[in-house]
Design a protein. Sequence first.
Length: 64
Amino acid sequence: MSDEIRALALVQKEIEKYRQEQVAFLAASRADTFDEYKKVCGVIRGLGIADNIINDLVQRMTNE
């Protein structure tokens, strides 16, 4: 595994950690307003998109 792929794996690990924190925040009903709820949902969605982009990049790097 190349250094670049290892670095991307670490980034994905951090993304997943932060995503889980946000999910736990919502699961604990800690969002006080609907606006806060929407914001956290947007963060979770954005982290998922970032993770997918990294997965695609790693796949392209390993197929070359």
